[in-house]
Design a protein around this ligand. Structure first.
Ligand SMILES: [Fe+2]
Length: 188
């Protein structure tokens, strides 16, 4: 084998392992979201994407092994915006579960979009390297799933947020009504 081929394989394996490390992190995040989410529709979608993400991990691991590499077990770090400490505390302590759900759904979208960008960049890099077609094919398959979920989130997040906020308002009203026993105030 030529030296350049070896280098290409090394970079390809690094790229596949990098994608795997992000999917490892994605599984942890999705599991946490699944246990915390309180919206049945969101839960169902997260559950489906968790299943997809596990399949993505398996695909990446198989390709890494086929190319003679060892799959990483480490987690990469996915981008979640971090508010300044003063606001973070206010957001976390002052938010209702419904508000937190809306907040996290925005983070879900940011993560899925980031995954799309990372896969696109990775595919482009491997194409330039004339890497093994099998590696590129796997990244393309994963990219398609990330894209589909990101599009779903982008399209449905506003509607779900609206529903959650409306429900919160209605629950608050109901609570107020039950607390306020009829006052016998009469106007003259
Ligand atoms: Fe994803």
């Amino acid at each position: 084998m030529t030296h350049s081929f070896d280098k290409s394989t090394i970079v390809t394996l690094a790229g596949l392992n990098l994608a795997l490390s992000y999917e490892n992190a994605a599984v942890d995040r999705l599991e946490k979201r699944l246990s915390e989410s309180m919206d049945p529709q969101v839960k169902e979608k997260i559950d489906r994407h968790l299943e997809q993400t596990r399949e993505q991990q398996d695909r990446l691991k198989l390709t890494i092994r086929t190319l003679g590499g060892e799959p990483l077990t480490e987690n990469g770090r996915l981008p979640v915006p971090e508010p300044p400490p003063s606001l973070k505390e206010m957001i976390e302590r002052g938010s209702t579960p419904n508000e937190r759900e809306v907040w996290e759904s925005i983070n879900d979208l940011i993560i899925e979009r980031a995954e799309v960008i990372l896969y696109e960049g990775g595919i482009q890099a491997l194409e330039l390297l004339k890497a093994d077609r099998r590696a590129i094919k796997i990244l393309e398959k994963n990219l398609k799933e990330e894209e589909a979920y990101a599009i779903w989130l982008e399209k449905n997040n506003p509607r779900i947020a609206k529903r959650l906020m409306k429900k919160q308002l209605e629950d608050r009203k109901k609570k107020l009504l039950t607390e306020e026993t009829p006052v016998s105030a009469t106007t003259t």
